[in-house]
Structure formats: structure tokens, C-alpha cells
Design a protein around this ligand. Structure first.
Ligand code: GDP
Length: 286
């Protein structure tokens, strides 16, 4: 049963809103990937509000729940300066859909008339470089790559130069996703972060974390680690088509204050859309 159907069931089953109702609601929110801490806080404040304002009608309670959750879910749009060098450092652990997302973004911005360059900076995996070259050919987007095993920051440097020499645009940087431990991650990211920032025009640098919606609260843990290693500006949620839960953006917004920019719902280039919080909440809660 989907998360939305479970919520519907709880609200339908309980004619009286009592402690059992709120306990069941908390359990369901946890099952929906909202996370225990966030779920408890949501139901606590919902219960307090219902008591205070003597709200007993379940439809009204559901509306109050939506209001509380809306306050946590955050959205961001990337404003792109066409004639500047905009650099998006795309982060995330292996398998979340990072390379596919870079290709989707390349297609999206290319179609919107921006000059796009992909930097194949995951130089630890030859397959990732080949994958991006294949996407670049299909999309007619330039891919800057070096040999596998080379310095990822130097790929960003060259891609940044190429973008500048072309009169500006967007550099999409695919990075390695080796999350062995925080110290190594910080060390690996520091240099690439510095070079990426130095190549971007002022205010045109974004660090974007790709999270797989099917990994539930693990995604929140990944966000915590990456955010500590190098402050994350936004997330892109992938594989949203493959989960019946998807509450991760609620705990992400509440615990870390990180907004979502795009949601991906499939494997083709077109399966990416700007994040729409209203649509997300109505899909989540009905
Ligand atoms: P990376 O290791 O993070 O670079 O991951 P990849 O880009 O290679 O993607 C891993 C797998 O996830 C591939 O089979 C992709 O086709 C698939 N994938 C990526 N994004 C999505 C998505 O939004 N929905 C679905 N269903 N699959 C996706």
C-alpha cells in the first residue's frame, strides 16, 4: 500500500481522534521515510494544535498536517546568468543516478538555450567517463575529460576555461561518489570545490547533491555527511518513480534546511522536472 493510501486509511478509520490516532499517524510517517525524529515532532505539534483549537474533524486535521509539512519542505530554483560561467558541482554516492542526472540537466539546459559543458570529473571510474561521452554525443554537448585516474580538479579547470572561452554558460561537473569516510571525502572534495569555485563567476557556483528516493533515511545520512564536508546548496531527488514513500524531502528540509531543485522520475533525458512542493505534498498525503 502506498504511503498516501495508508494516510487515507488512518484518517478514514478513526472517527475519534485520540492518542491511538496520533500514535498510528506517527508510525505511518516513519514508514513513509519521514524519519522518526521529524515524525514525532510533526505529530506532537499537530496534536497540540488540535487540542488548542479544538479541531476534531479528520479532514481539518489532514489539512493541518499538510500545513505543518509544507513548512518543512523547501524548494530552490537555479537562476542562471547566461553570459557568466555557472558551475554546478554534482555530488552523491555511486549508484544514486548522478551521471544520468548530469545528462538530464545537460539536455534540460541545452534545450533552454544555454551553452553547456560537462566535466567528467569522476576520474576514478573509466565507465563513468565513457557514459558521459556517450551522452555528450547523443545530446551534442561538449564533454571535457582526461584519462581515468587523473586529477578531477584539473578536468573542472579545463571545463571552466572552455565555458569562459565560449562566452559563458553552464559547467556540469560529475564527481566521484566514494563515500568511504568523512575525512577522505572532505580531502577529495576540497580541491575540486576550490577550483570549481574559482572558475565560476561571482554568485554562480552551486553544490548539488543527488539523492536516491528509494534509499529512505540513508539518503538523509548521506546528506548530513556531504553537507558537513562541503555545504550543499540543493538536492536532486532521483528514482522518485520507484518509491511509494518519498517522505525524505520532509526530514531533509526540517533537519538540514536543504532545498530541493529537481525531481527525477525515470531513466530517459526528459524524466526530470523542477521541484513543485504543492504537487509533492499532494502526492505524498493525498
Ligand atoms: P551514478 O553511479 O550515481 O552515476 O548512477 P547512474 O547515473 O549510473 O545510475 C544508476 C542507475 O539508476 C542506472 O540504471 C540509471 O538508469 C538509474 N536511474 C537514474 N535516475 C533514475 C530515475 O530517476 N528513475 C529510475 N527509475 N532510474 C534511474
Amino acid at each position: 500500500m502506498s504511503f498516501k493510501d495508508k494516510i487515507k486509511q488512518i484518517f478514514g478509520l478513526h472517527k475519534n481522534v485520540n492518542a491511538d490516532f496520533f500514535d498510528e499517524l506517527t508510525d505511518t510517517l516513519v514508514e513513509g521515510d519521514i524519519g522518526a525524529k521529524t515524525a514525532y515532532e510533526i505529530t506532537e505539534s499537530l496534536e497540540a494544535k488540535c487540542k488548542r483549537e479544538k479541531i476534531t474533524d479528520t479532514n481539518e486535521i489532514l489539512e493541518e498536517l499538510k500545513k505543518i509539512i509544507s513548512g518543512y519542505v523547501k524548494k530552490t530554483d537555479f537562476l542562471i546568468q547566461k553570459d557568466d560561467v555557472n558551475v554546478f558541482l554534482v555530488l552523491g554516492v555511486n549508484g544514486v543516478g548522478k551521471t544520468t542526472t548530469v545528462a538530464k540537466l545537460a539536455n534540460h539546459y541545452n534545450k533552454s538555450g544555454f551553452n553547456v559543458v560537462i566535466a567528467a570529473s569522476d576520474t576514478f571510474r573509466a565507465a563513468a567517463i565513457d557514459q558521459l561521452k556517450m551522452h555528450g554525443e547523443k545530446l551534442h554537448v561538449r564533454v571535457v575529460s582526461h584519462q581515468d585516474g587523473s586529477d578531477p580538479a584539473s578536468v573542472v579547470f579545463d571545463a571552466g576555461e572552455a565555458c569562459k572561452n565560449n562566452g559563458g554558460g553552464i559547467v556540469l561537473v560529475d564527481t566521484a561518489g566514494r563515500l568511504h569516510n568523512k575525512e577522505n571525502l572532505v580531502r577529495e572534495l576540497q580541491k575540486i570545490d576550490k577550483v570549481a569555485e574559482s572558475k565560476a563567476s561571482a554568485g554562480c557556483y552551486k553544490k548539488i547533491l543527488v539523492l536516491d528516493a528509494t534509499t529512505g533515511q540513508n539518503a538523509l545520512r548521506q546528506a548530513e555527511v556531504f553537507n558537513e564536508a562541503c555545504k550543499v546548496d540543493a538536492v536532486i531527488l532521483t528514482k522518485y518513480d520507484s518509491t511509494a514513500r518519498g517522505g525524505i524531502l520532509v526530514s531533509l528540509g526540517k533537519e538540514l534546511g536543504i532545498p530541493c531543485a529537481f525531481v527525477c522520475t525515470g531513466e530517459t533525458y526528459a524524466d526530470i522536472s523542477s521541484f513543485n512542493p504543492e504537487k509533492y505534498i499532494s502526492e505524498l498525503l493525498g
